[in-house]
Design a protein around this ligand. Structure first.
Ligand SMILES: [Mg+2]
Length: 376
């Protein structure tokens, strides 16, 4: 019980943790009141719309009876629904696909969010953890300090009354203070490795095949997160057992001393409200050593020339990940993992394709197979 409680507290203390509160292994009664108890989550999950997921693309027209009222109400009449997938405007999508296909894989790049996009939302019936949530620092004093930060900043983050400029400054403060506590509290790289090995985190089915396909075609993948790059890269190492030359992680990056103790963070802080500003400048390759996000990367100029973008995210805010790019065509793919009934309309309005019900990456793999059918 202690371990579970500690995990719950750590999740609450992470900046941006409110988006990740439910992705945990916390049993009933172990979490603070700010967490939704797991029994309640399971109840809610049973009540979510469950579609037999089919990784078909493009989908055949098939209206789900349970969503029909929503579709009849206000959804674009062109929207096409199939089990587990919605396409906002099939005609427009086909046009984008044709343009991307004819420009070839040398002009394509993928920008992907990490948590809830590349990773599963549910794992064996419980919420999967996030790159933030899995970290177990193992220092209760600092755990409590970060909890206090969460309790102060989270209400500000979700307040509708604070102007965006002011809120951005507050988020910077929150992230930087939390990073400071991780340093003061003596976080070690060994603790990150241990946390990842003990975590409940998993990539969606089909992610490896997708990465392999894109690597073969020389298509770069930018993994963009307001979390911690070192943790994300450790998840890649431990869960995929290999690295991909075409993948770069853009996230907050730690500096460790020779004993493996955290001493600093590199570069500008990436938080939930500036996830659109640092995409290429902070990119670093995934490899066995620590990358330096402040070094100029010759690949960046090449990536900027790739004007056809496939964007993967699980929040509408993830669409901002491509803001720094002068893209010609963008196919935005959203994973709607929860609150399907209330969020479907917004997701369909925002993304070209929406996958429901925590589906696999099979549909995306099928899409890139169509976009990049030949070796470059
Ligand atoms: Mg996410």
């Amino acid at each position: 019980m202690f371990e579970h409680t500690r995990v719950a507290q750590l999740i609450l203390m992470r900046p941006g943790g409110h988006r990740r509160l439910h992705r945990t292994t916390i049993p009933p009664g172990a979490a603070s009141t700010a967490l939704t108890p797991i029994h309640s989550l399971r109840h809610r999950r049973r009540n979510l719309l469950h579609f037999p997921f089919a990784s078909l693309f493009p989908p055949s027209a098939f209206l789900l009876s349970s969503l029909a009222p929503c579709l009849r109400g206000s959804m674009n009449p062109k929207t096409m629904m199939a089990p587990g997938v919605a396409v906002r405007d099939p005609e427009l999508l086909e046009k984008k696909k044709a343009a991307i296909r004819s420009a070839g894989p040398v002009n394509v790049q993928v920008i992907a969010d990490f948590d809830g996009t590349l990773t599963k939302y549910w794992i064996n019936g419980i919420r999967g953890q996030t790159s933030h949530g899995l970290l177990q620092q193992g220092n209760q004093v600092y755990d409590a300090k970060r909890q206090a930060l969460y309790e102060y900043y989270h209400p500000l983050e979700i307040s509708p009354d604070i102007p965006i400029e002011e809120k951005t400054k507050l988020m910077e403060e929150w992230w930087e203070k939390t990073h400071g506590l991780l340093i003061e509290g003596g976080l070690t790289y060994d603790a990150i490795k241990r946390s990842v090995s003990e975590s409940t985190i998993a990539f969606r089915d089909g992610v490896v095949e997708l990465f392999e396909f894109l690597e073969k075609r020389g298509v770069p993948v930018l993994v963009f997160s307001a979390g911690l790059a070192d943790i994300i890269e450790e998840v890649f190492r431990q869960k995929l057992h290999r690295s991909f030359e075409n993948i770069k992680v853009v996230s907050n990056r730690m500096v460790f001393d020779e004993t493996g103790r955290l001493i600093a963070f590199k570069g500008k802080t990436i938080h939930v409200l500036n996830k659109n500003e640092h995409a290429l400048d902070m990119a670093a390759p995934v490899h066995d050593n620590f990358g330096d996000p402040n070094e100029s990367d010759p690949d960046n100029s090449l990536v900027k020339k790739r004007t056809n973008v496939l964007l993967l995210g699980d929040h509408i805010g993830d669409l901002g990940m491509s803001d720094g790019l002068n893209y010609e065509n963008r196919v935005a793919i959203g994973f709607l993992n929860t609150n399907t009934e209330t969020s479907l309309q917004n997701y369909v309005d925002a993304f070209d394709i929406v996958y429901l019900n925590d589906g696999s990456m099979g549909g995306v793999l099928e899409l890139v197979t169509q976009l990049c059918p030949q070796d470059p």
